[in-house]
Design a protein around this ligand. Structure first.
Ligand code: PT1
Length: 277
């Protein structure tokens, strides 16, 4: 279903009233406007997104948990309404009930920032394998509410790699085929600025896991830190970090700014193809 011969773009569609960057975009007052969300999904596909990642729980630093019903009410109507768009629909969730409902509604990827660690999540994901779903397992140290307090690693690249290796094993042991598993080092999830930079500098190491690598760097606070300006525009820095990740082997980049990322990626792809011929 996904062709990994070239890097792919995953477009972010946050259907939360409060996400860090695009929260509330599809709300009219307190109510989610499904049509606005679908419009943005269609626009991202035209701009070059191969995957649309639909999330109803904010996981930015300091975010608070959401109830099951609230998460279902946010993501399921949108997943139903985007059926038929020429992209893989991904659900960004850690909740087993949401995974099952989302896949029934047509989602073809489960993107879990908690790496299927919640009770029942591995079993839920594994029960979706007949439908050929992809599963992305991400590394996080701690929980969004407190993860940035004092993250520690012996060596961040080695530690995160070992964690993901263990989650790949957990997936295959639960019956999820290896060719459906994707890993993500989890930029910004329980990592200092130095940790995030070390992870990106050492990203090639993750290719040894022999499954596709997904990264999400788009508009994250590490950019504001590096610019010494929380208010600075993050689009060009985001695209730059995404291209550095691609040059170090990332197979999917999770981004807000799809058109800008696609333009940059076209340049990188053209040069890579000339080098391969
Ligand atoms: C990600 C990701 C995600 N990021 C995957 N899913 C978020 N697979 C949500 C900050 O430091 O990287 N990979 N789902 C958003 N989370 C964050 C984390 C947003 C940190 C902002 C920050 O600003």
């Amino acid at each position: 279903m996904l062709n990994f011969s070239n890097p792919l773009i995953m477009g972010v569609l946050n259907v939360t009233p409060d996400s860090f960057s695009d929260g509330g975009s599809y709300y009219r007052g307190q109510r989610l406007d499904v049509r606005l969300a679908v419009q943005r999904a269609e626009e991202m596909v035209l701009e070059g997104a191969a995957v649309i990642d639909i999330g109803g729980e904010s996981t930015r630093p300091g975010a608070v948990a959401v109830s099951l019903q609230e998460e279902l009410d946010r993501v399921i109507p949108v997943i139903e309404a985007v059926q038929g768009i020429p992209a893989v629909v991904s659900v960004d969730t850690s909740t087993p009930e949401v995974m099952l409902a989302a896949v029934s509604a047509g989602a073809a990827m489960i993107n879990d920032v908690r790496a299927l660690d919640r009770p029942g999540a591995l079993a839920a994901a594994s029960s979706c394998i007949e439908k050929g779903v992809y599963v992305c397992v991400m590394h996080m140290q701690g929980e969004p509410g407190s993860m940035q307090t004092a993250p520690v690693y012996e060596d961040v690249v080695t530690d995160v790699c070992k964690f993901l290796e263990g989650r790949i094993e957990a997936c295959t042991a639960a019956g999820i085929p290896l060719d459906r598993v994707i890993v993500d080092p989890g930029f910004g999830f329980g990592k200092t600025l130095a940790h995030n930079l070390q992870l990106l500098a050492g990203l090639e190491a993750f290719s040894a896991l022999d499954v596709p690598v997904l990264v999400g760097l788009s508009r994250k606070s590490m950019i504001g830190r590096l610019l010494g300006d929380a208010e600075a525009d993050r689009v060009i820095p985001s695209v730059t970090l995404a291209m550095q990740a691609v040059l170090k082997g990332a197979n999917i980049v999770r981004v807000h700014d799809v058109a800008e990322t696609a333009a940059a990626l076209a340049m990188v792809n053209a040069v890579n193809q000339a080098g391969n011929s």
